[in-house]
Design a protein around this ligand. Sequence first.
Ligand SMILES: Nc1ncnc2c1ncn2[C@@H]1O[C@H](COP(=O)(O)OP(=O)(O)O)[C@@H](O)[C@H]1O
Ligand SMILES: [Mg+2]
Length: 309
Amino acid sequence: MIKAENLVRKFGTSLAVNNISFEVKEGENLILLGTSGCGKTTTLRMINRLIAPDSGTIFLDGVDISTRQPEELRRGIGYVLQSHGLFPHYTVAENIAIVPRLLKWKNEDIRKRADELFHKLNLDPALADKYPAALSGGQQQRVGLARSLMVNPPVLLMDEPFGALDNLTRISIRKEFRALDELVKKTVVMVTHDVQEAFEMGDRICLMDKGEIKQIGTPEDLLFHPANDFVANFFKEQRLQLELKSVPIAELLPGYPDQKITVWERMEQLLNVDQAADSPENLSDNSSNSPDAIHIEELMRAFSAYKKQ
Ligand SMILES: Nc1ncnc2c1ncn2[C@@H]1O[C@H](COP(=O)(O)OP(=O)(O)O)[C@@H](O)[C@H]1O
Ligand SMILES: [Mg+2]
């Protein structure tokens, strides 16, 4: 869907992006990960032509984007920013209607699509007539996402979309975003400096440093097969949690019904189950031999056996 070839971008004499190439498949979530100043935002903004590369080419669906009208190009590319980017003097409803109005959608169609997104994003319909300042950070971020999804663009670019939120809001909102059917189908490129976020949201991660790509691959690739010392060191501190987030349950429990979830997600499920099990009606339910009955300790044992392999 997206193919970037040998992108270079300088600001003055400093190289913000130094000859990088990558591809994003249709429906994939690619995370641009790295510390502040490594060139993530510059890379992202070259994809919707907010920044022009000094050299190199980006293809979208096989077409060189430099041959397209920027405005027309951007209609097919949603863009979500850290500071939601809502206009303060427009109501929420007016904010999310901006692009559909430019496209001359009927009022009724705008309202229908807005209702649908409000519902999917767990936004109270009463917020539609409020101004952005009256909303919480999490609500503003949901509205920002709703706005970017209104005309259903096939590609979505997100720059630190959870960066302005407190830690708890951020964890729950990114879980929700990940499960959203509207996002599952889309080709997404997301920028973050948060390693845990990258591992939770990314099909693949592109780890950058000083304008260069250090490695691009699945979370498992980066953790278990780091291409160089930089990559290995980058994940050192948070290694255990990242490993649990990167290994699919299928590799430990081949019979488990939901093969896509990670060991980490399975542990979260077990913790919830354990809470529910405290109630008396669940006490007799511990004898099952189904994979669901596996305990955290067993899971950890299976996980260390897996790691030894
Ligand atoms: N408009 C600009 N003018 C001058 N320097 C810039 C500009 N935008 C980015 N840079 C520089 O380019 C480098 C990469 O920036 P950026 O892509 O924003 O990094 P990141 O998003 O990874 O934090 C940084 O050194 C930054 O200071
Ligand atoms: Mg940035």
